[in-house]
Design a protein around this ligand. Structure first.
Ligand SMILES: Cc1ncc(COP(=O)(O)O)c(C=O)c1O
Length: 543
């Protein structure tokens, strides 16, 4: 038998980890997989279930054996030998195999009987779960982390673990350096001066608009309005479109999943106009009920404003269907993409939505810059949101002639530098590849959901099939503040509270949850670290 240790095993308190071992016949002879199953179950009884069902009859290529811990293991059966030192399935396995090798000559008969024939040919290679996907996608999380200076920060003496990405994301060096470059070499107000720096700043700002246009696949840069963030984008549409197109007794549809930013602006104009707010219900997993949604329509329905990804539960809503149904009923659709753009490819033309909003700071760009996308014909017909410089072509005391969109909606001096920073953030996301990001985050999310689900007394809130980036939970016997503070003491930043989405939490009978939210610079080890703290907390409360 040979032991192949080409990949490193991550040390640490691994009791929550679904370790994957890759077994291979070193002589390249087909190996009966039942041998692997027998060996694993004989030596690792603490793994309650060995997923060998999908394995072929025999293997020539490396195969992965995935092992799961039982609920009981978590609650009271963590052997002291394992809990008192770093533990890894693969390390255990390696030492056991070495032991067999040393004793095999004396005991070959009994070993063969116990494990079947052929175990001598097994080589052992450690493959950690993150690396599996990383290798598939050429996605190297270690290199990516080096691009984010703040991830090296110590918090309370511990390495920072940032699981508050739904609130805001961190910025890569390229974005920080782009801002510095702007202020050192390009800083000027835009559009209104003939000098060189004005031209540089205007070019940088307008090419940022072009970048966003491509990012969202809008049909023209004129459809991209720079705003402060998703909140301002929604308020702009509510005021500049809603006020003129929603009349008394008309109806506006939102979903139960919405962030307050996509509820309050609509509520404000509805109460001003005398219109009605209707709400799409969700099922027990936190997914929108499409059939009930369609029932809400009538000739008075003017607009549907719905989130693409729920910030409280992570549900990815069926926005394509939502748009189709709304258009069938003659209503417009605004999609709140604040939690979507950092996790998945967004194509506004494919979605055929009328408006789409997002915030730069949730997609690795600075705060204070965001985007409203609107279809050309709608923006052209809309009234300005605010009045002032930059949005006019002519002003007299009798009358003002407004610029065409997007300038019409960008009164005053905008956030020029941060628009340029947003452009750099989009470049960064493109350089990693949104498909790679999506795939990596998806396996991270699945891993986290599964592992957290095994913490005794932990209740996951939001278990829709389609989810992105967000895990929400509560733990029996602890307030969300207690859990948040305990994690914070260990350097782990999660959000605890109502996440500005009170209606959806109340749907689940809650006022607050703990919400770890992921980005592509997070790792499986960070999830393990969070779970280890939660397990310790839970154990400390046991009699
Ligand atoms: C789904 C959703 N919509 C809107 C917003 C508001 O974003 P901002 O505060 O950047 O305007 C948020 C912020 O958390 C959000 O998660």
């Amino acid at each position: 038998m040979s032991t192949n240790n080409s990949n490193s095993i991550n040390p640490g308190f691994d009791v929550t980890k679904f370790q994957v071992g890759s077994f291979q016949s070193s002589s390249h002879q087909p190996l009966d997989t039942s041998v692997l199953a027998t060996m694993a179950s004989a030596y690792f009884p603490e793994f309650s279930k060995l997923e060998t069902t999908s394995l072929p009859q025999s293997v020539e290529q490396p195969v992965q054996l995935r092992n799961e811990f039982s609920e009981a293991y978590f609650t009271n059966e963590i052997p002291t030998t394992l809990s008192s030192r770093p533990f890894s399935f693969l390390e255990e396995a390696r030492s056991i195999f070495t032991e067999i090798e040393n004793t095999v000559s004396n005991q070959s008969k009994s070993q063969s009987k116990k494990f079947g024939s052929g175990y001598k040919d097994v080589s052992f290679e450690a493959v950690s779960i993150p690396e599996l996907d990383v290798y598939c996608n050429q996605f190297n999380v270690k290199t990516i982390r080096e691009d984010f200076p703040i991830l090296g920060e110590k918090v309370n003496g511990k390495n920072l673990i940032w699981f508050d990405n739904a609130a805001t994301t961190h910025k890569p060096k390229s974005v920080i350096e782009r801002l510095t470059h702007f202020y050192e070499h390009e800083n000027s107000n835009i559009h209104r001066a003939a000098h060189t720096l004005a031209a540089r700043a205007t070019d940088a700002y307008e090419s940022a608009r072009d970048k966003v246009k491509t990012f969202l696949n809008a049909s023209s840069s004129k459809e991209i309005v720079f705003v402060r963030g998703a909140t301002e984008g929604i308020n702009l549409v509510a005021q500049s479109w809603g006020k003129y197109n929603v009349q008394k007794d008309d109806e506006v549809i939102v979903s139960l999943l919405e962030h307050h930013a996509n509820i309050v602006p609509w509520q404000m104009i509805c109460s001003e106009i005398g219109a009605k707010l209707r709400v799409i219900p969700v099922d027990g997993t936190g997914q929108i009920l499409l059939h009930e949604y369609e029932q809400l329509f009538n000739p008075k329905t003017k607009i549907v404003a719905v989130t693409h990804v729920s910030n409280a539960l992570g549900t990815v809503t069926p926005v394509g269907e939502i748009v189709k149904i709304a258009h069938r009923h003659g209503a417009k659709v605004l999609i709140d993409g604040a939690q979507a753009v950092s996790h998945m490819k967004v194509d506004v033309q494919a979605l055929d939505c009328d408006f789409y909003v997002f915030s730069g700071h949730k997609v690795f760009a600075p705060t204070g810059i965001g985007v409203l996308y609107g279809k050309t014909e709608l923006l052209n017909a809309m009234h300005p949101y605010q009045g002032g410089g930059n949005m006019i072509t002519d002003v007299t005391f009798e009358k003002t002639v407004y610029q065409a969109p997007p300038s019409r909606f960008e009164a005053g001096t905008g956030n020029i530098a941060d628009a340029v920073g947003l452009s750099a953030a989009i470049d960064y996301v493109n350089s990693v590849g949104i498909e790679n990001i999506n795939k990596y985050e998806h396996s991270l999310l699945e891993y986290g959901m599964k592992a957290l689900g095994r913490v005794p007394g932990l209740r996951l809130i939001g278990t829709a099939k389609e989810k992105a980036g967000v895990i929400s939970f509560v733990i029996d016997g602890f307030t969300t503040e207690e859990i948040g503070n305990t994690l914070s003491r260990e350097g782990i930043a999660v959000r605890s509270g109502h996440h500005c989405a009170q209606p959806i939490l109340r749907r689940f009978g809650l006022e607050a949850t703990i919400r770890p939210s992921l980005a592509f610079y997070n790792t499986y080890e960070e999830i393990d670290a969070m779970i280890a703290v939660l397990c310790k907390l839970k154990k400390s409360s046991l009699p």
